[in-house]
Design a protein around this ligand. Structure first.
Ligand SMILES: [Ca+2]
Ligand SMILES: [Ca+2]
Length: 243
């Protein structure tokens, strides 16, 4: 038992709800109130005026964890019953949680969020759930070509890969072909956003460089493409020099 109160008037529903988890030491019409916070002895003090203190008999045990704390419920909360907005947290970032008239409310918001899906981007809240725009693992980069300066090369960025797509460029020596077999291969550029690069390095006489580009995004890493024989794709080119 705690917070015993006697009133000389009928309380409104709103008054009952707002005061049920509070310590009320005084109030209009509150003619007796025993907070039972003494922690021992035999007196139960009345906080109203004039005080009519009580006497405890039969040795009642005072339990600290049962003490009412202002504005907080120490017992398991009654579902949808609250005194603060924090008590209404539904663990859903796409709803804004609030407490009004001791009742929890949840309204949908449009906050940025994370839907936990690496194959969606620009995740946003809508209708109480989090979702994003679907992207795919980048397709093969096409049309790798050199400009007339013999140093600048460009390619068509992978379609459907969405914002945030970057590129890896592998360079190797022609003498070290096929792809994936020679120590002369290196991850020449990694994670570049542009669909172009400039390599001013000149191979030694009698040598030539080859280049491969792949797309990469949060959904996955694209392919370096396939070797071809008479226009027919054969084995996929695999090299592990780029992370
Ligand atoms: Ca929420
Ligand atoms: Ca996502």
């Amino acid at each position: 038992m705690d917070e015993v109160r006697v009133w000389n008037r009928v309380l409104t529903q709103a008054e009952i709800q707002s005061g049920k988890n509070q310590e009320l030491t005084s109030g209009t019409g509150l003619i007796g109130r025993w907070g039972l916070n003494e922690n021992g002895a035999t007196a139960a003090g009345d906080s109203t005026t004039p005080a009519q203190n009580g006497t405890l008999t039969n040795g009642p045990v005072w339990t600290p964890t049962d003490k009412a704390v202002l504005g907080a419920c120490l017992r398991a909360p009654i579902p949808a019953c609250c005194t603060t907005s924090a008590q209404c947290d539904d663990a859903n970032p796409c709803t804004t949680d609030s407490c009004g008239a001791n009742t929890c409310g949840h309204s949908n918001n449009t906050a940025s969020c994370n839907d936990g899906n690496a194959c969606t981007v620009n995740d946003l809240c809508g209708g109480g759930t989090c979702g994003g725009t679907a992207i795919t693992v980048p397709t093969e980069v096409a049309n790798l070509r050199f400009a007339s300066d013999d140093a600048t090369f460009t390619w068509n960025t992978a379609t459907g890969a969405g914002p945030g797509t970057v590129h890896d460029v592998v360079r190797g020596l022609v003498a070290g072909l096929p792809v994936g077999s020679a120590p002369s291969e290196s991850c020449w550029q990694s994670g570049i956003t542009a669909a172009s690069a400039v390599d001013a390095t000149t191979p030694t006489p009698g040598q030539a460089f080859w280049y491969l580009v792949r797309g990469s995004n949060s959904c996955g890493k694209g392919t370096y493409g396939w070797a071809e024989s008479h226009g027919v794709p054969t084995a996929q080119r695999v090299t592990t020099v780029c992370p």
